[in-house]
Design a protein around this ligand. Structure first.
Ligand SMILES: Cc1cc2nc3c(=O)[nH]c(=O)nc-3n(C[C@H](O)[C@H](O)[C@H](O)COP(=O)(O)O)c2cc1C
Length: 157
């Protein structure tokens, strides 16, 4: 199997923790998507900013994470659930790389809303990729849950 790549955006580190667990358990590489302009650290400020960006399909400029992905067959894509969808840096990533021959595995952390529209919206952006069953959790997860999921989809190293 080609090595997996774990790409993620995280605002307050929950998705980052999950991404690190996935990378460790798959022996994959990991890349963080970093927007040029970080989101406001005040929750209310970030909320207004983000809602507006999601509504207009805004793609923030990334300073890291969207380099070519040619050597990987499996791409894990991780995001917090923001207003039932993925965070805008994910849209920037999906629109800047060609993932048509890749197998995409979504994962997210959330405050109770699960994936919401995240998987559907990733599929809309990547109609020619294969999407396989993802993993969603609140920030309170254990590595054993991640391990079980990876084992089920055949990607546990
Ligand atoms: C702007 C914003 C919008 C959010 N919208 C939702 C939502 O619609 N549904 C939900 O379950 N959680 C929502 N959350 C909670 C986050 O998904 C949750 O805290 C997540 O674990 C944060 O991941 P992170 O630490 O990687 O940024 C929202 C959080 C923020 C900051």
């Amino acid at each position: 199997m080609s090595k997996a790549l774990v790409v993620y955006y995280s605002y307050s580190n929950s998705t980052k923790n999950l991404a690190e667990s996935i990378a460790l358990l798959t022996e994959g590489d990991i890349r963080e998507l970093i927007p040029e302009k970080p989101y406001s650290f005040s929750y209310n400020g970030a909320t207004k900013e983000v809602r507006n960006e999601i509504e207009r399909g805004y793609c923030p400029k990334l300073v890291s994470g969207n380099e070519p992905k040619n050597n990987y067959e499996y791409i894990f894509i991780g995001t917090p659930n923001w207003f039932k969808s993925f965070a805008p840096p994910i849209l920037s990533f999906l629109r800047s790389v060609d993932l048509s021959d890749k197998i995409i595995i979504p994962f997210c952390t959330h405050g109770g809303g699960g994936f919401g529209q995240i998987e559907t919206n990733i599929f809309k952006e990547c109609p020619n990729s294969k999407l396989i069953s993802g993993f969603d959790t609140t920030s309170d997860f254990h590595d054993t849950q991640v391990e079980t999921w990876l084992d089920n989809i055949g990607l546990l190293a």
